[in-house]
Design a protein around this ligand. Structure first.
Ligand code: NAD
Length: 495
């Protein structure tokens, strides 16, 4: 099959001069440094973006501060809701354009780009829009006795936390950014977003659409760059909250820097080494479908993907053989070809890191299938099936983030739970069985922020998401996000 036709507006957007989106428009920058945007399907640079200077970061934050003190601070909840609903409609109207940009600049299969970066993202925007009109405090009845006959009443307000600095990764740029942008806008905050240096373009386009949807100047700004730009944001006194999604080491550094910067509020959505466990009674074909879903969507570059697979010893050989047969028939190819089932990794450093991991696994004699880069242009690797050398094998402990499925048999369920929980991380886990009473008993003992039964990686805006242990601090979605995008103000009145 062939690649789909690229829309003229996608080519035109790629050819634009890309810089920072500050105060409702693109702003020139004094910084000469450019960040290349590379197509991972062929390794060619297809655009570039100006990296922000410290002055640009200042200007973006000042603009956000002004908006907060100005009209945006007085904007009614229903107006904020309308703006978010318009943004969802606009994103939907530009569905194909966003999907193509994402496939071209990030290697996401075009179907996944349409489904996740646009369709699911719109579900999230509309969910958050609903919250704008439902945020509330409480009235409280004080018990303190009066001195001279006076009475007291008390209430709480949810005030916007203020200016949010959001730092996001490359794997689902639009969807992950929206988790932060929509949360900020529905609670009345302003936001300065720093995309990953590997995937800035769709977020610049998102800022344009947000402006078109009626987001006032200064409320949603984008500054580009790598770690240094992130650090300028975190350390800036105008920032009230940092919302970060990314790797564990970066998250720890960012958490420390935020607290050091006068206790700036911080939430961290980090990585993991997520387990999926298949009990003795599972249906083999359902298990294999589950493993493909849990481990290989977007070439395994999903934070909640499973990378540790525990299969009951009585079913181990049968299920692993079927998984190998399935992965070896996956059509690897261009993300813009609608028949492709497995695309490239998203960027060159990640591709190089995976080659080193494959080399280690080959030396350990553990590769059952795949474990290699494809010859030719682009950052293509095979999906990989590994037999782990025991529970302490680094392949069962370190996040690969690239479709590397490490398998281990287990015999009894107590041992299974111990292995699942013996990890520095606790982002997600899944349990696969037809025995629901057993699932309910085991599920309560799994140490993870998200546990699926007979599924994996499904996320919904109504269901809080976040990590235990080194996988993060705080929650997105549900009503849980409200706490981290607002400050609680208590008022006591005497009469
Ligand atoms: P990364 O941590 O390298 O970078 C993420 C972002 O942080 C980028 O914008 C980067 O420029 C910035 N950054 C990195 N170090 C920084 C520092 N010291 N100070 C300020 N900014 C800094 O992660 P990545 O490679 O872009 O993404 C992959 C990782 O993200 C994986 O570990 C994955 O598990 C994790 N992730 C987690 C979730 C979640 O919701 N829990 C979702 C997606 C990805």
């Amino acid at each position: 099959m062939a690649d789909i036709h690229i829309l003229p507006q996608v080519s035109a957007f790629l050819a634009q001069d890309h810089g920072q989106f500050i105060d409702g428009q693109y702003q020139p920058t004094a910084n000469a440094e450019r960040l290349p945007v590379v197509n991972p399907a062929n390794g060619r640079t297809i655009a570039d973006v100006a990296s922000a200077s410290a002055d640009d970061v200042d200007r973006a934050l000042e603009s956000a501060g002004r908006a907060l003190q100005g009209d945006w601070g007085r904007c009614l909840p229903a107006q904020r809701q309308q703006i978010l609903l318009r943004l969802a409609d606009l994103l939907e109207a530009h569905r194909e354009e966003f999907a193509q940009l994402e496939a071209l600049t990030n290697g996401k299969l075009i179907g996944d780009a349409r489904r996740f970066e646009v369709d699911h993202t719109c579900v999230f925007i509309r969910y958050y829009a609903g919250w704008a009109t439902k945020l509330h405090g409480e009235t409280l009845a004080p018990s303190i006795p009066s001195f001279a006959g006076e009475q007291y009443t008390a209430m709480t307000y949810r005030e916007p936390v203020g200016v949010v600095a959001a730092i996001v990764p490359w794997n689902f740029p639009v969807m992950i950014a929206i988790w932060k942008v929509a949360a900020a806008l529905c609670t009345g905050c302003c936001i300065v977003l720093k995309p990953s240096e590997f995937a800035p373009l769709t977020l610049l386009r998102l800022a344009e659409l947000a402006h078109q949807a009626g987001v006032p100047a200064g409320v949603f700004n984008v500054v580009n760059g790598g770690r240094q730009v992130g650090q300028w944001l975190i350390e800036h006194p105008r920032v009230n909250k940092v919302s970060f999604t990314g790797s564990v080491p970066a998250g720890i550094a960012i958490g420390q820097a935020a607290l050091k910067a006068d206790l700036t509020r911080v939430t961290l959505e980090l990585g993991g080494k997520n387990p999926a466990a298949f009990l003795a009674d599972v249906d083999a074909e359902r298990a294999v479908d589950g493993i493909m879903l849990a481990g290989l969507v977007h070439q395994g570059q999903v934070c909640s993907s499973a990378e540790r697979f525990y299969v009951h010893v009585s079913r181990f050989d049968e299920i692993v053989e079927r998984v190998i047969a399935r992965v070896e028939t996956l059509r690897i190819g261009s993300p813009l070809d609608e028949t492709t089932q497995y695309g490239p990794l998203a960027n060159q450093p990640h591709f190089a890191r995976m080659q080193a991991l494959f080399e280690r696994a080959r030396q350990g004699g553990q590769v059952l299938s795949g474990g290699q880069a494809l010859v030719g242009d682009g950052f293509y690797v095979t999906p990989t099936v590994i037999r782990a050398n025991g529970h302490d094998d680094p392949l069962m402990r370190e996040e690969a983030f690239a479709g590397v499925l490490s398998f281990m048999p287990f015999e009894d369920e107590e041992q299974l739970l111990q292995w699942m929980n013996d990890s520095a991380y606790g982002l997600s886990a899944s349990l696969w069985t037809n025995d629901f009473s057993k699932a309910l008993r085991l599920m309560r003992r799994i140490e993870a922020g998200m546990v699926w039964i007979n599924s994996h990686t499904i996320m919904d805006p109504a269901v809080p998401f976040g990590g235990w242990k080194a996988s993060g601090i705080g929650r997105e979605f549900g009503s849980a996000f409200i706490e981290s995008y607002t400050e609680l103000k208590s008022v006591i009145m005497c009469y």
